[in-house]
Write a protein that binds this ligand. Structure first.
Ligand code: FAD
Ligand code: SF4
Ligand code: SF4
Length: 658
């Protein structure tokens, strides 16, 4: 075996962890210690039950001090779990944090092997490989940069509102941008909210008003992200603000313009169950509290075709402004919260349910509007086809959810909101007969199970475990066909109206936005968190956080909790004087760069540019992913503390050659 060439100044300590029985049941840690002590650089090695515990960390600190260790290897679980913990430990003993490495003998060894002998051999090799790395590690210091102490929140639903208010209340300026003409998101459309049955507007509208009046919040509606550049602490963002054509400061909500406008189109707020004019306010409590003109619906502004709403005898304060233009706003931010929410899955994809053919087959959000006192039927649900009050109604759970042909995941809240719908409907129509078709009842949340039980007791709802295969209308009735999977019987039911509990899907344009922001999406197109347990609100791009239903289907409670978590993470950045960036970044040997620019095309963080026709890494943008290193045909890019030389020695150690 070729000896590893090690400076005699190196004094490495190895600390092997049992992780209870997680590691010790499959790996002989005593033998790992004996074997690594044969390495010329190792001057100390020991094993312990829980190295991450306080006594475990104490062992490491003491050994560093007493043996004057120059490097530490912790042979334990994945670095994604405790690398930070152990780096903090060595820091307390005045060792540079980049002189601490983890050998992952749990996820990469004990958890995936059964043969103790071979697993122990592998653990020795993994640990020796880490030793080869650490003796060649540089003692690096984080890169420090200044920052902009301002946050950007994208999306003005309850998630974005909560995050913006929390950051603003802590004294930092926030820019909140919302794609539509008002903040509020889907919660503004809800009648009452489970499980407490609070009136949604009573909770939400004061928050909407607070956003509008908060001295630290700058609100831009009808606005979208055009471009994001930069990095944590220093994001440079271009925002496109579409024209409103009505000046909010002048509009006095007299609604005279609405009265004269000859154009009526389906109302988005009422999910197409009512009409609005081309000049309109989305709903009376909208924020900003002002009318706007829908340029697509208006008969024409350039050239002006109708212009009735702008006439002085109609709009007294002369708020209508047909010359309003699109604007680009540029600003710098230290942190960003993405809270762009959800949409319902398009019901026309479920051809067998006929939502686009039969008017009395409606979506859950449409039913929510029918239940709402501010809704199109004044809070008494009426059938869209003939405006009669339905008496027999069927709710179809999982209408497209948990279905490989549509959306494979559970939408998390449909069982509970369908139960809420049943309860509210029964209160409004006491002689109603209610049927609910489900796969399983999933009511996960505090007091949700009690809520479902209450609904069962109070409404006499008929729950049928079964999948509905077809819905069609005949003689003014809606027929529901399917199978009761508990009784193994065919179902054939005649009702007045059917409500489809459709999957929550990510907002339209999620891929485009994720691309602009360099954040990831998951297999179902929801925004991807960095780690489901350890970093549930962080995105893969440092300084960008994810809140609400944009990250996964969720209820208001979870949405608001996540928004609060995002705000506190953003404040963690904004309260710093300087931002620390990892120093383990790419480094180009510029003299030998062939100027092929291949690295520029592969870097997902746009961290490489050219200076004098040579590749140059913008260190604060580099996330150390290493893609450019493997892509560079001239082999002139290295990652600090992951150099080719280090990796070569690590491989030799794994192969048992040193
Ligand atoms: P949203 O409410 O979707 O808000 C997102 C906002 O971001 C929107 O205003 C949108 O216009 C904006 N936006 C999107 N893309 C962009 C962009 N690119 N740029 C700028 N802005 C953008 N939960 C409960 O707890 N209790 C209930 O009783 C309940 N009932 C429900 C009933 C139904 C039928 C449904 C479908 C859901 C129900 N929910 C309920 C869930 C609730 O609606 C969500 O938990 C909540 O609305 C999520 O808030 P959000 O801010 O994450 O998303
Ligand atoms: Fe309606 Fe457009 Fe005429 Fe104004 S100008 S009243 S928005 S159609
Ligand atoms: Fe870009 Fe290379 Fe840094 Fe990865 S390692 S972020 S590819 S410069």
């Amino acid at each position: 075996m070729e000896p590893s060439l090690v400076s005699d100044k190196e004094k490495i300590g190895v600390f092997a962890c049992h992780c209870g029985r997680n590691i010790a049941a499959t790996i002989d840690t005593e033998r790992v210690v004996e074997e690594v002590l044969k390495h010329p650089a190792v001057v100390h090695a020991e094993h312990y039950e829980y190295m991450c515990s306080d006594p475990g960390q104490e062992l490491i600190e003491t050994a560093i001090r007493e043996k004057r260790l120059t490097g530490v290897i912790v042979a334990a679980c994945s670095p994604s779990l405790h690398e930070v913990t152990f780096r903090e430990t060595v820091k307390r003993a005045d060792l540079n944090i980049y002189k601490c490495e983890i050998a992952n003998i749990r996820e990469q060894d004990s958890w995936v092997h059964e043969n103790k002998e071979k697993a122990t051999e592998k653990a020795v090799k993994l640990t020796k490989s880490a030793i080869e790395k650490i003796i060649r590690n540089e003692a690096l210091s984080p890169i420090k940069v200044g920052l902009h102490k301002k946050a950007l929140v994208i999306g003005g639903g309850v998630a974005g509102i909560r995050a913006a208010l929390d950051i603003a209340d802590a004294g930092f300026p926030v820019v909140l941008i919302e794609k539509t003409a008002t903040v509020g998101g889907h919660m503004a459309q809800l009648a009452e909210t489970f499980p407490t049955l609070d009136c949604a507007s009573c909770i939400l509208t004061p928050l909407m008003s607070a956003v509008a009046h908060h001295p630290n919040i700058e609100l831009h509606t009808l606005s979208e992200i055009e471009n994001v550049e930069g990095y944590v602490g220093n994001f440079h963002v271009r925002i496109k603000k579409h024209p409103r054509y009505v000046e909010p400061d002048k509009c006095n909500l007299c609604n005279e313009c609405e009265n004269v406008c000859p154009v009526a189109v389906p109302s988005e707020f009422d999910e197409g169950l009512s009409l609005r004019k081309a000049v309109f306010i989305p709903f009376p409590q909208a924020v900003p509290s002002s009318y706007l003109i829908d340029a697509n619906a208006c008969l024409g502004m350039s050239p002006l075709i109708c212009g009735k709403c702008a006439e002085p005898e109609v709009c007294g304060p002369q708020a209508v402004n047909f010359d309003d233009q699109e604007k680009i706003i540029e600003d710098d931010f230290g942190a960003i919260v993405v809270a762009t929410g959800y949409e319902l899955y398009n019901p026309t994809n479920l051809g067998e349910y006929g939502a686009d053919v039969y008017p009395d087959v409606i979506t859950s959000l449409q039913f929510e509007r029918l239940l709402s006192p501010s809704g199109p039927t004044g809070g008494i649900p009426r059938r869209p086809s003939d405006e009669k009050i339905p008496k027999r109604i069927a709710f179809i759970h999982c209408a497209g959810s948990r279905d490989e042909r549509h959306q494979p995941y559970c939408s998390h809240i449909c069982c509970t909101y369908s139960a809420k719908h049943a309860l509210l409907f029964k209160e409004l129509v006491p002689d109603a007969e209610i049927h609910s078709f489900y796969i399983d009842i999933r009511a996960v949340g505090k007091n949700y199970e009690d809520f479902i039980r209450r609904v069962q007791e109070e409404t006499g709802i008929h729950y049928t475990r079964g999948k509905v295969s077809r819905i069609y209308e005949q003689d003014g009735k809606v027929k529901v066909l399917g199978v009761d999977t508990l009784l193994d019987e065919r179902i054939e039911l005649e009702v007045d109206m059917v409500v489809l509990a459709l999957p929550m899907v990510p907002f339209q344009g999620v891929k485009d936005l994720a691309g602009k922001m360099r954040i990831q999406i998951d297999g179902n197109n929801f925004l991807q968190e960095l780690h489901p347990k350890l970093h549930p609100v962080e995105s893969a791009t440092s300084g960008i956080f994810l809140a609400g239903a944009a990250q996964s289907p969720k209820d208001i409670q979870d949405t608001v909790s996540q928004a609060g978590a995002c705000a506190s993470k953003a404040l963690g950045i904004l309260t710093q004087e300087k931002i620390s960036h990892i120093p383990t970044v790419a480094n180009v040997d510029e003299e030998n760069c062939s100027s092929c620019r291949f690295c520029i095309s592969v870097c997902p963080y746009r961290a490489i540019k050219t200076i004098d026709d040579k590749a140059h890494v913008e260190e604060v943008l580099c996330e150390g992913c290493g893609i450019c290193v493997s892509a560079c045909p001239s082999g002139v890019i290295d990652l600090r503390n992951h150099t080719d030389k280090q990796v070569g020695f690590m491989i030799k150690a794994l192969a048992g050659e040193i």
